[in-house]
Design a protein around this ligand. Sequence first.
Ligand code: SAH
Length: 229
Amino acid sequence: MEPGSLNDHHRFTGYRRRLIEEIRARGIRDLEILQLFDDVPRHLFLPEGVWNRAYQDAPVPIGYQQTASQPSLQALYLTILHPRAHERVLEIGTGSGFLTALLAKMAERVYSVERIRELSARARKALDALGIMNVALLVGDGTIGWRKYAPFQVVVVSAASPAIPGALLDQLGDPGRMLIPVGSKDAQELVLVRKEEGSVVVEPVRAGCTFVPLLGRFAWRDEIPGGGQ
Ligand code: SAH
C-alpha cells in the first residue's frame, strides 16, 4: 500500500482513538493537542516492522539505536511549550519526525536538526506524504543549533543532555521557552528554560525521564559509544 494514501491514513483509526484516550488519562486535556494525535498518523513515521506498536503509548525503536519518544511525553512537551501559529520552533533530534509533524501543525515553521542522515531522510518522506510543508530539516550536530534562522521562540530538545548547550540558549528568543531533558545517560529530569527580559529561569518539570543521549560537540562526545564522561 502507498504510504500516505487515504486508505492507509484511516487504517489505524480505532487504535489512534485508543491512544488519545491513554494520553487523556495521563492528564493531557488540551483538545487541540489531543486532536493532533488523530490528525497525524504515527505509523507513517515508523519502520513498517513496528507499525503494530505505533499506537501504543510507548517508545518505539526506529533503527540506528534510536527510539521514537512516548506519545504522552510528546503531548506533555506540546502542552507546556504550546507553539503558536506565528512562532518558529527549533527541534533538536528529528528522529522519526512525528513530533516535528505535530509541532508543524501548531507553529509557523519548524527547523529540525538530526545527526543521522537516514532518519532525517525518512522523516522528510513521511512529512511530504502528509503534505506538511513548513518544516526545514538539517543533518548535523544540533548541540550547536541552527544559527542561520535564530532566534526561535520555542526550542525542543528530544535527546538527553548533560547540561543546557550554550548555543541553544543563545539562539532562544526573548521571550522564549525551551524543554530539554538534563541529567546522566541513564536518567534525566525534563527542564523548562524560559528567557524573559534578558533573564533566564530554569524550572524542573518532570523527573525520571529516559531519552537517548544527545551526541555532539556540546553534549556527549560522539566517539565514545555507550561510555560515560
Ligand atoms: N522526537 C523524536 C525523538 C527521537 S530520539 C521522535 O519521537 O522520533 C532523539 C534523536 O536525537 C535521535 O534520532 C538521535 O539521532 C538524535 N540526536 C542525538 N544527538 C543529536 C545531535 N547532536 N544533533 C541532532 N540530533 C541528535
